[in-house]
Ligand binder design. Sequence first.
Ligand code: FAD
Length: 316
Amino acid sequence: MKVIDHINAAKDTLFSFEILPPLKGANIQSIYDGIDPLMEFKPKYINVTYHREEFIYKEREKGLLEKIAIRKRPGTVGICAAIMNKYNIDAVPHLICGGFSREETENALIDLQFLGIDNVLALRGDSIKTESTFKPDPEGHKHAVDLINQITDMNRGSYLVDDIQLAPTNFCIGAAGYPEKHFEAMNLSTDLHYLKSKVDAGAEYIVTQMFFNNQKYFDFVDACRAIGITVPIIPGIKPITTLNHISFLPKVFHIDLPEELSKDLIKCKSNKDVFEVGVEWGIHQSQELKKAKVPVIHYYTMSTSESVKTIAEKIF
Ligand code: FAD
């Protein structure tokens, strides 16, 4: 079932979360171990991210020579299929522009369709560490809107390959939005303009980047509505749980931590202290968002479920 249909059918705020495919070497049980504790909160769907990154290979046969390679992290599609099979709920694979030609995107979408997957979250994708700015595949898409246009064309059945018409797909498309603006955007207003172009191209809902100040989300929703974005805007919440998160999250995700939260975090001496503060903050954020009747609260688990479980127990 499509995410938009879950939202339209819901009587109350839904619970959803996203997981990362693990690095090579992990088995499917490790994925289930992360999901199982969250199933009592009845997610209608689970997102599975997609990553392109640098790997260091050590080639045994060649005397442990190190080689750096850019690779797509495998697992997203297989994990989505496994989730649907085991839990009988929907899975939302993330689809990125980076590293994909149009043809590879088309093939990936055809595979997803064969698997009975009804949803995709369409993203540009992060740059890899050695790129100063995002570099698209020479035959691929530069912006998420171009990927969304391709999916919409496929949904319409208007996509021709060698003059052969492909059978229409039927994906519900989601897109990313940034309450604190995307870090590359000149200002929030240009970022919103491009966000609207993603919706006009066919995105049926928006999921936000993590934020720690709910007022930024509420202002973002108002700004979206003011320029004619009418689709549901799902807030993304990430509980801070380790000392490392305090500097890592603002740096990597280009977001601010509110003063009130940082005052408590500064006093933390251990991961356990941070966990308590971060989870309490996540509960407070979630309570306020639920009271505001947001359609879904989407949690970034970063593949550890304990903090999200503790929050969800108080909210759902
Ligand atoms: P875009 O919409 O293409 O926007 C990127 C920048 O370009 C923005 O500054 C925007 O203002 C600008 N822009 C947009 N369209 C145009 C245009 N037509 N002309 C000129 N400028 C334009 N990354 C991953 O690698 N894997 C994931 O699984 C993943 N999941 C995510 C899930 C969520 C909910 C979110 C919020 C982010 C996720 N990301 C993921 C990170 C995301 O890929 C990065 O933030 C990326 O830098 C931007 O992606 P986007 O889809 O928002 O890009």
